[in-house]
Design a protein around this ligand. Structure first.
Ligand SMILES: *Cc1c(COP(=O)(O)O)cnc(C)c1O
Length: 362
């Protein structure tokens, strides 16, 4: 069977696939109301939050843009903590809408250092908000968001957290960690197809919203809140993706958050041990290695294209390459959503065959 082993979109369980062949319904009717209410409740349970939570139609990047334009004004100073492509992306979004981004970049493969964040906030007292990626999908690193958020709260700043590839897979208790705006996306750990972004907004987030002057219309959280009171969205939602999300959440809720987190911990570990056993080296510092995606340095003299083609020819497994500065230097294996240890074992076993055919010796 073909296997998509990339960090989103992920393979979907049969129940989720079936849910998408249903007839359209009125998105302002009672059937939709019931479905959106239950989806929102389930998402809040898995976010571990009492904050407002909105399901927006768009990909994860849309969720990042929504967070920026609803919280900030042009000219606002904001700390953009980046350990890779996605940290750079939210900084670019904020810059595009006129924020004054103070960049705090860390070396590829390293996690963000809370002490450096403290220093930056001390040195720049005009900073209003901090943007941090929880799980950096481009390098396979999970930041210590709990420690980072403590520093942000010490200085009483707003925290915008890109949790697109962590929420619903990794430990990320939104309220306990004080994440003011936490963003995720349906095609990552949620056993759902692409098309939806989720954002939670804290009380402090709403205070920022009141003063935020960046241009926005489609993403306006005020409209989203007004319509959610009627269990609706302001605009026509991606109804098919909503069906699928509902089915995916049913599966996740049945499994339960502790089991979901434990399963990702097992598959993450299995992937890293497998990579090591092949004689390959992961990009991430082991202490911060992600349980949803593993980035691996390409062995000397072997190109990404040869490995990815080999994986496809051998077992119809799709992996992915590096982004940005890591293009042509690494490959990545996604292990989030509907995945178990058997899938990872198959992936590693296939990789062993492919590498040996390409003449790699450990
Ligand atoms: C996938 C991802 C995004 C959003 O990407 P989209 O392609 O817009 O869904 C943002 N941040 C992280 C960390 C991601 O993994």
């Amino acid at each position: 069977m073909s296997q998509l082993r990339i960090p989103g979109p992920t393979p979907l369980p049969p129940q989720v696939l079936q849910s998408m062949s249903k007839q359209m319904i009125n998105h302002r009717g009672s059937e939709y109301h019931t479905m959106l209410r239950s989806i929102t409740e389930n998402l809040k349970t898995l976010y571990q939050t009492q904050n407002d939570l909105f399901v927006l139609t768009g990909s994860g990047t849309g969720g990042l843009e929504a967070a920026v334009v609803n919280m900030l004004s042009p000219g606002d100073a904001v700390l953009g903590v980046s350990i890779g492509v996605f940290g750079d992306r939210i900084a670019a979004i904020a810059r595009a809408f006129g924020a004054k981004v103070v960049p705090l970049n860390f070396e590829m493969g390293k996690a963000a250092d809370p002490e450096a964040v403290r220093k930056a906030l001390k040195a720049n007292p005009d900073i209003k908000a901090v943007m941090i990626t929880h799980n950096e999908t481009s390098t396979g690193i999970t930041n210590d968001l709990e420690a980072l958020s403590k520093v942000v709260r010490e200085f009483d700043k707003l925290l915008i957290a890109d949790c697109v590839s962590s929420l619903g897979s990794l430990k990320c208790p939104v309220d306990e960690w004080g994440l003011d705006v936490a963003i995720s996306g349906s095609q990552k750990g949620w056993m759902a197809p692409p098309g939806l972004a989720f954002v939670s907004v804290s009380k402090k987030g709403w205070e920022f919203y009141k003063n935020a002057k960046m241009a926005r219309f489609y993403w306006d959280f005020g409209s989203a809140k007004k319509y959610l009171e009627k269990d609706e969205n302001p605009w026509t939602p991606a109804v098919t993706s909503i069906y699928a999300l509902s089915a995916g959440l049913d599966i996740l809720m049945k499994e339960g958050l502790p089991n979901i987190v434990a399963r990702h911990a097992r598959v993450g570990k299995a992937c890293r041990e497998g990579i090591k056993s092949l004689g390959l080296k992961q990009v991430a510092d082991e202490k911060y290695a992600s349980n949803t995606v593993t980035a691996v340095w390409l062995p000397q003299g072997i190109e990404y294209k040869a490995i990815s083609k080999g994986m496809r020819d051998e077992k119809d497994i799709t992996i992915t390459g590096g982004q940005g500065a890591l293009d042509g230097k690494i490959f990545r294996i996604g292990h989030l959503g509907w995945v178990d240890e058997k899938d990872i074992k198959e992936c590693i076993d296939t990789l062993r065959i492919v590498l040996s055919k390409l003449g790699f010796k450990k």
